[in-house]
Structures are given as C-alpha cells and as structure tokens.
Design a protein around this ligand. Structure first.
Ligand code: APR
Length: 388
C-alpha cells in the first residue's frame, strides 16, 4: 500500500494527526495494535486545556470533544482549608474542556472513519524499515495473518514509549532523559459524584486529588508508598484515606471500578526525529499526570507535525519538518518544568517525613504565593491554559 504518511498508534496523538492530515487532503494510514473496543475504552487523561480546545476548533474538529466545559477553577485544599484558583480568569478568560481521553479518542475515530480514513486496528508486528531512504517501508500483519507492506515518505511514530517506532531507532540515534520523581499514586476510578472543581488536597497525610470523569464518575489520586500494591488497598482502606485527605463531602462508599498504581516518571527523547521517522506524543516524551499536560502536549506535537508535513507535501517546503524536533522539544521541556514544579510543591508541602521540614516550608511558601501573589497566580493560569 502506497501512501503519504504511515501513522503508527491510534491514541490521541496518532488520531489527531490523522484527522488533521485528512482535513488537508493528505493520504495516510493508521496502524494500531489493539482493537477498536480496547482503544475506545482506555481511561487515562481527562482535561483538554484551553490551547488544545482552540486547536481542535481551528481544525474544524470541535465536535470530537465531549464532556462539560471546564470552568477554569481549581480547588486547592490545604489542611482542610479551601483555596479556589480561577486560572481561566487569570489567563484572560481562556478555558478548556473536561473531556475524558476515551471520549476524545472515540470522537476522533468516528470523524476519521466518517471521512473515509484508513484505520487498521489489530495490526500485529508493526515493523518500520529503511528510515533514512527516500521512502520508509512498514510491515504489519492483520488479524487473518496477512502481512501488508506500507510505503510512504513520512512515518509518524505515535505508538508510545514501548511502541515499534522507538524500537526501530538505531542505537545512539536518540538520547533519552528520564527522571524518577520518587512519588507513587494509587489511581482510582469510582462511581461517585465528581467535585464541582478539580480538587487537589495537601495535608500531612499525603497528597490526594479528585477529578471529573463523567456525570457520576470520579478519578481519585492517592499518594501511596512506592512499595504499595493496589491489592494492599481494598475499598475499606481507600475510602477512609480519601475522606481524611479530601474531606467528608462528596465521598460515598461507592463501588471502585478500577484501581492501579502509577509511579511519577518523566522522559524526553532528543531529537524527536530520525530520517523519515517523526516521534510524537508519548513516543517522544512522558509526563507525570501532575498538571494534566501529558495528553495536551502530545496532541500539540500532532498539530506541529501535520502543519510541517502539509507544507512539505503541498509546497515542497521542508523547513517545518527540519524544525519539528526543536519546536516540540522546547514546548516539552516547558511542560516538564511546569509539571515538576507543581508535583514538587504539592508533595513536599504535605507529608514532611518524605523531605524534611525545610523543604516542606519552601513548598508551602510556593503554594501560598498562588493564593496571595497575583503575578505568581497569573503565570500558573497561563500554564494551565497551555502554551501559546
Ligand atoms: N504497533 C501498533 N500500535 C501500537 C504499538 C505497536 N507496536 N505499540 C503501541 N501501539 C499503540 C497503543 O495501543 C496505543 O493505542 O499506540 C497507541 C499509543 O497511544 P497512547 O499511549 O495513548 O499515546 P499518545 O497517543 O501519544 O497519547 C499520549 O495520552 O494516554 C495519554 O498518557 C498519555 O497523556 C498522554 C497522551
């Protein structure tokens, strides 16, 4: 199969790129290892920031977003005391969307297929070859065991950290910077009324948070010890801890639909391209969930790549492709810095046994500035809205 762009991975990044290319009449094929059902039901991120909401509007894709608008207010609850930060107003009236990732993914799949897009689920053994020639060749095997070869001038690696794209890079082609934040959370999905605003709680018991994941669904984060396993945390242990850290309101003993553990880890690959392969989204960088930027950053890569490929295909202008990696990396490091800043602040300000009293006071001072210093609050508001 001959095409212009082979996209590996049908997560938010690959699907956003596919829709943008379709919008610009550039042929592409999307190869996804998992089934449609699996991809459409994978719960992960949940906030589309103001910058990304505008992006989907600009591309005529506003209807892929579902869920309610984000009123742009965060509640920080410090030792039980509420502090509301109106980041939408702080950023000049920009607001995002409380859109669960699976809702976005479903919307993007439906739009791409309705436009006649070529999206192949359950494609096994995807393998890129000849990354530095005139065209790349990618092989993949469909569920009936038939192997197809796809050729194209451009390959978009949107298949996450452990995908086929990263694996196809020769040793030394890309440097990987990783960081372990030494913080772990239990991630809990439950049938429980979501809070009126995303709620981030700091106390000596450790960090906890609650987010909207549907009209009757909440996502909770609960800082735990790195050695804890989800099995150590039955519902009878989870709910009292959540009540202690978040407060008694809106916390029923509802059924827990999913519980997992996530270790806070960051990663950035430099450069984000090699030959005809362009890495995008999680394939190039991993963010912690803190700050809610992972999915937003990922789909901004897709836009940068869609614009660059369109210029190359339509006008023979390859400058955007040459600048792709540097443009995306500048943004990625800014987002990593923001996320780390927030993670350090909200964890160090809590359980002092982790970092000692000096760092705890520093973190509390940083946090207090958000409530008392309008300049600090505005910088925070701008980052919450997303990079311009
Ligand atoms: N072949 C084909 N597809 C693959 C392969 C492979 N070898 N390996 C992985 N994939 C698919 C996965 O099944 C998944 O659907 O690539 C897709 C990658 O999607 P995501 O992991 O969601 O990554 P991305 O689209 O970059 O989205 C990044 O969404 O999930 C969040 O934490 C993530 O917020 C970040 C954002």
């Amino acid at each position: 199969v001959d095409t212009t762009v082979v996209i590996v991975g049908a997560g938010p990044t690959g699907l956003t790129l596919a829709n943008m290319l379709q919008h610009n009449d550039i042929p592409c094929v999307v190869l996804e290892r998992r089934s449609r059902e699996f991809v459409e039901n994978r719960h992960r991120a949940g906030i589309v920031d103001a910058r990304v909401r505008r992006m989907y509007q600009d591309w005529g894709l506003a209807d892929v977003l579902g869920g309610p608008p984000d009123d742009g207010i965060l509640e920080f609850r410090v030792d039980g005391e509420a502090h509301l930060v109106d980041h939408a107003t702080l950023s000049g009236g920009q607001y995002g969307w409380l859109c669960p990732q699976q809702v976005l993914v479903r919307g993007l799949i439906a739009r791409f297929l309705a436009g006649g897009g070529d999206l192949r689920f359950e494609t096994a053994d995807v393998t890129p070859h000849e990354l530095t020639g005139d065209r790349v060749r990618v092989t993949g095997t469909d569920p009936s065991g038939v192997t197809t070869t796809f050729t194209a001038p451009y390959l978009a690696g949107c298949d996450g950290t452990r995908g086929a794209s990263r694996a196809s890079l020769p040793a030394g082609a890309v440097a990987t910077y990783t960081f372990d934040h030494e913080v772990s959370w239990l991630t809990i999905l439950a049938t429980a009324p979501p809070p009126p605003h995303p709620l981030l709680a700091v106390s000596e018991h450790g960090y906890a948070a609650q987010f909207y994941r549907g009209p009757k669904a909440s996502r909770y984060y609960l800082q735990c010890r790195p050695e804890d396993e989800p099995a150590d945390w039955p519902a009878e242990r989870v709910w009292p801890q959540l009540r202690m850290r978040l407060g008694d309101d809106a916390l029923p003993d509802g059924p827990i639909t999913e519980i997992g553990r996530v270790d806070m880890r960051s990663e950035v690959c430099e450069p984000m391209s090699y030959g005809r392969l362009f890495l995008a989204g999680d394939a190039a960088h991993v963010m912690t969930p803190m700050g809610g930027k992972g999915m937003n950053l990922a789909v901004l890569d897709a836009e940068t790549l869609a614009v660059a490929i369109s210029a190359a295909v339509r006008d023979g202008d390859e400058s955007g492709l040459r600048a792709y990696s540097a443009t995306c990396l500048e943004r990625a490091w800014r987002y990593q810095e923001f996320s780390r800043w927030m993670l350090e602040m909200l964890h160090d300000a809590g359980d002092a046994s982790r970092v000692g009293p000096f760092r705890r006071r520093l973190a509390r001072t940083r946090l207090a500035a958000l409530f008392t210093d309008s300049t600090a609050a505005r910088v925070f508001g701008e980052m919450m809205a997303g990079a311009s």
